[in-house]
Design a binder for this molecule. Structure first.
Ligand code: AMP
Ligand code: ZN
Ligand code: FE
Ligand code: FE
Length: 284
């Protein structure tokens, strides 16, 4: 038997980004699987957190504030998880609002470029498809597909939306220093998300040097060998080990939830190393 009885899933998406379930429905789901703690980590979005945290308190699931930030690093888009920050921190909320507005303007420019290429879709429909989540290229691709302007989702990227393609518009790129600063100022800690997907060893070392204090060891895209390796790296560099299912739900898959967890101790460690929680404890 495993000596841990308390488990947490620290990587979950809701309909506040590209996930399927509302924060409350996700809290119910996580709880019904027997987990005791969780973090909702929507892409560049924390609007679901205050209500989810309150709802979690009512039904007995501890919710750690979380977010998954897209960061431009060594020429690629990587993901950094922020944990344990103040979910209503003014600077963080405004920062993310800026990113959201940038994405809306980008979608408008993308639609304009498509128009120039003779592909007529409506900007309003792209926004509608995005719903409450932040708008991105997948939404544009789905509208193109809906009107038969491409024959597949992939074709939309290969022909028009992919990097370097004619209707591509770059989004405002966030630097690692910027992401670390905004999360730390809000009292949180940063974890390097799913390093096994797109980060090589040199980049991993550079991210640790930049100031990331945690590493996502447990993730569906990591096999046993990966996890062993990242555990070793975390041990050598004194990093917290985080993990979760990266669950999105709906068409993006229902399987992962509940299967990728970390002991609740990790949550305690994050809380004790995050200034936000420390100052709250000291104040009370
Ligand atoms: P965005 O955040 O608007 O830049 O969109 C990024 C998302 O687009 C990724 O999470 C993928 O789901 C999707 N994506 C990016 N490049 C491709 C590609 N070449 N083929 C299919 N999907 C892609
Ligand atoms: Zn996602
Ligand atoms: Fe990610
Ligand atoms: Fe994710």
């Amino acid at each position: 038997m495993n000596h841990h009885s308390c488990y947490a899933d620290l990587h979950l998406h809701t309909n506040h980004s590209d996930g399927y379930y509302s924060p409350r429905d996700l809290v119910d789901k996580v709880r019904s699987l027997g987990l005791k703690a969780a973090a909702i980590t929507d892409h560049d979005e924390i609007s679901g957190l205050p209500d989810a945290i309150q709802y979690g308190e009512k039904c007995g699931l501890e919710l750690l504030a979380g977010v998954e930030l897209s960061v431009h690093f060594h020429g690629k888009d990587i993901h950094i998880l922020g944990y344990g920050f103040d979910p209503v921190d003014k600077a963080l909320v405004e920062y993310l609002a800026g990113l959201r507005n940038n994405r809306i303007e980008r979608a408008r420019k993308t639609v304009d470029k498509l128009t120039d290429l003779g592909l007529y879709i409506s900007f309003d429909e792209v926004i509608e498809v995005a719903g409450s989540g932040s708008v991105g290229r997948p939404h544009v691709a789905n509208v193109l597909l809906k009107y038969g302007l491409v024959s597949s989702f992939k074709e939309a990227f290969d022909k028009y939306l992919g990097d370097g393609k004619p209707a591509n518009v770059r989004k405002r790129s966030v630097k690692i220093e910027e992401a670390l600063q905004i999360i730390e100022t809000a009292g949180g800690v940063c974890s390097i998300a799913h390093p096994g997907i797109q980060i090589d060893e040199a980049e991993l070392m550079a991210l640790i040097k930049a100031g990331c204090s945690a590493l996502e060891v447990v993730h569906p895209k990591h096999n046993e060998v990966d996890m062993q390796y990242y555990r070793k790296v975390a041990g050598e560099h004194g990093l917290l080990e985080t993990g979760g299912s990266d669950f999105h739900g709906g068409p993006k898959g229902e399987e992962a939830i509940g299967k990728y967890t970390v002991p609740c101790e990790v949550v305690e460690h994050i809380k004790s190393s995050s200034q936000y929680h420390q100052s709250r404890i000291q104040a009370s």
